[in-house]
Design a protein around this ligand. Structure first.
Ligand code: SD4
Length: 306
């Protein structure tokens, strides 16, 4: 599929994100630049639960997770990063300018500042503030299924901004290079210090140029349990289509969770090196965005639990 750029990303936040990516991919740019620029659009959008506008942890602090991977197995990530607007760009710096793949917490922030990223004020967005105050009334941590359908923050005001905790993006450029990115504020009202799947290479994101790429969204703990994105890529290596690979990985999570599967949402997106895409979710309500031109197409995902 060399010569045919394509981008796939999670949720309808992907519509704007893909447009950002296409500005680079369309004119023949590098997939890595595209997946970084694409999710930066979402990180900067207030009212979307990615980036500093996202919901805080249970102590009221927004902590961000992100990772990025290129077509040569280079990868980088940050976890529990505070007060930095573009964690995906810090993840890329970790990949390109350190001998490491993952920096966390204070160390990640220190690195970001040393790299010239401005330290933003420690302040919740108006919507996050409202949602957090509401949550404090009960202080119960309960992952919310299909928050994307409620168009509101978990336990927050209905009719509030759409709630997509994560954006993950996979792209192939005109030269056939496949890269991926993933960025999130994590599960709302998580324990302080909690890290999900999104900054973990192999769980939230994985790229193997010989096969393709995959990424995850939803209940991170259950993605990590099966090393989700890596599992999807390995299934594609064994001959599954992107769609079938996502479906099989979701099936595994459902089998592990048993009756508790209905309490969570998990979804995967995938792209193979032939330029085919696929997606599959545990539950109704997941959507994803595909671009093969400058007009992104938003699609509802198939799902397991009917
Ligand atoms: C996490 N996977 O931190 C993220 C959250 C997410 O839609 O994707 N929510 O577990």
């Amino acid at each position: 599929a060399v010569g045919k750029p394509i981008v796939i990303s999670t949720w309808d936040a992907g519509v704007n994100a893909n447009k950002g990516a296409w500005k680079i991919l369309g004119p023949g740019g590098y997939a890595l630049d595209a997946v970084e620029a694409g999710v930066m659009v979402t990180e900067a959008e207030q009212g979307c639960c990615v980036g500093l506008g996202g919901n805080p942890d249970r102590d009221g602090v927004v902590t961000l997770d992100a990772c990025i991977m290129d077509e040569k197995f280079n990868c980088g990530g940050v976890a529990a990063l505070e007060r930095i607007k573009h964690p995906i760009s810090v993840a890329r710096r970790v990949m390109e300018r350190t001998p490491h793949v993952l920096l966390v917490g204070e160390g990640a922030q220190q690195f970001a500042v040393a790299q010239g990223f401005p330290l933003e004020p420690r302040k919740l967005s108006a919507d996050a503030e409202k949602a957090y105050k509401k949550w404090l009334e009960t202080s119960q941590y309960k992952p919310v299924v299909n928050i994307e359908n409620s168009k509101s923050r978990p336990n927050g005001p209905v009719g509030g901004p759409q709630n997509h905790d994560t954006i993950a993006m996979l792209a192939m450029d005109a030269q056939g290079r496949i890269c991926g990115s993933c960025t999130t504020s994590g599960m709302a009202f998580k324990m302080r210090g909690r890290v999900g799947d999104s900054p973990l290479i192999g769980s939230g994101l994985f790229v193997d140029p010989a096969v393709g790429a995959a990424a995850a969204t939803g209940q991170g703990e259950d993605v990590v349990r099966i090393a989700g994105a890596h599992t999807v890529v390995e299934l594609m290596r064994q001959g599954r289509s992107p769609q079938a690979a996502c479906q099989e990985a979701i099936g595994r999570i459902a089998a592990i969770k048993g009756v508790k599967a209905k309490d969570i949402q998990v979804a995967f997106i995938a792209l193979n090196n032939q330029g085919q895409t696929g997606a599959y979710a545990l539950q109704k309500g997941f959507n994803f965005t595909v671009s093969t031109t400058d007009t992104p197409v938003l699609r509802d995902s198939e799902f397991l639990l009917k």
